[in-house]
Design a protein around this ligand. Sequence first.
Ligand SMILES: O=c1ccn([C@@H]2O[C@H](COP(=O)(O)OP(=O)(O)O[C@H]3O[C@H](CO)[C@@H](O)[C@H](O)[C@H]3O)[C@@H](O)[C@H]2O)c(=O)[nH]1
Length: 456
Amino acid sequence: MGLPHVLAVPYPAQGHVIPIMEVCHCLVDQGFKVTFVNTEFNHKRLLAALSEESTMEHIVLVSVPDGLGPGDDRNDLGSLTESLMKVMPRCLEELIEKSNETEDPMTCMLVDETMGWALEVGRKKGLRSAAYWPGCAQMLATKLSIPELVSRGVIDGYGKLISEHEPFQLGPGMPFIDEPHLIWNLIGDGSDGRTKEIVFNNIVHNNRFIDVAEFILCNSFKEIEEPTFRYNPKILPIGPLFTGLRPSRAVGHFWPEDAACLSWLDEQQPGSVVYVAFGSFTIFDRLQFQEFALGLEATGRPFLWVVRSDLTDSSADVYPDGFKERVGDRGRIVAWAPQQKVLAHPSVACFVSHCGWNSIMEGVKNGKLFLCWPYFGDHFLDQIYICDDWKVGLRLTPDESGIVKREQVKSKVEELLSNEEMRTRASMLKENARQNTNEGGASLENLKIFMNAFKA
Ligand SMILES: O=c1ccn([C@@H]2O[C@H](COP(=O)(O)OP(=O)(O)O[C@H]3O[C@H](CO)[C@@H](O)[C@H](O)[C@H]3O)[C@@H](O)[C@H]2O)c(=O)[nH]1
């Protein structure tokens, strides 16, 4: 008999490809072969960003079209989602059929929950499957509870809160959710004003297939979302994921990592550096970007700042006059960092973050404090967890002109770094995270249950 063979299908976004790739490395360690499907667009980026040292042993990278044209906006998540649903099912079927002619035919699928329809492809082709959700469990539980919320009279059949100004709780102890925090309202409304509707309909559509999945996995752990795991025990936490720390494992970056910043971190004092990164989607306008730069300068602290090539809406040199000369070697700016390694570095004191869930898990497992600056989507809910529930971070809040001013950046960094209670709580979370992924830990046990089942 051939190797157990997984077809891994992430949603085509950086925050989805990385964690699914991490799970795939765990599967490879357990003797699985993996075929990892990217869209053609992302496949090219991923190959171009691979470093020479990193390996993808037993992971075969393949690509399929996303159905969009060469110049189309792939950050328009509504049209991307719609297009994928049209073109990808047939491509996946073909991949499965082709593998049936090899020594190791595909035996199971690991599907991004956002693309639940792919579970149906697997079912038709006789594959076992697991769904993976890269955000917080609470958000997944909300998505899966749409029929319950409709029958409880909380939302209508279009996802609108019936009592608009009354936040609701999905289950006891879970965070309160109001209209703007419903996941289908979080992504904006795209250029044609249809994104909310597309996302809501897509969730309802996906929910029809979730029962096909034998496992629903997510990158979280028991202690940080206990009420949610009680409310929906089908959601199995396997986090925080950790492959990104193994030196030679490629985790699927879309941009080449600037590894030299690790040597720069080695030269800094322990617990001194402000690390700033806003994930793969966030965009700043020029004015806010400059104001923030001046805020970092005003902290007087060493900082490592990820400025992606597309972080600002301006192609010109956007830094304030004389900024780079004034901060000199105290400030290190990179286009893409090896973030997991950066957050594990003892020189890093805190993380100024957009609150993407992967970034949060990476910060939490390293005991870091957060300065939260949510951008869109789940970031606002994640911020509530950090600041109000776990109490390991503070908010950066735009003033009445919609700008986070430099004085606020400076004062919040100081307030954060002088807060001993927060530091103690962050260390406790780090310890919880470690226990979960150590031998005998709940997350590791869940991961093993899933892997052993699919190996059989
Ligand atoms: O310089 C960098 C910056 C980021 N990363 C990595 O990129 C990933 C970014 O993921 P995340 O922090 O979740 O942010 P987004 O890329 O914005 O992720 C999208 O996907 C996530 C999972 O669904 C959601 O939680 C976010 O809201 C959504 O924006 C993380 O693994 C980071 O380690 C790097 O390696 N280097």
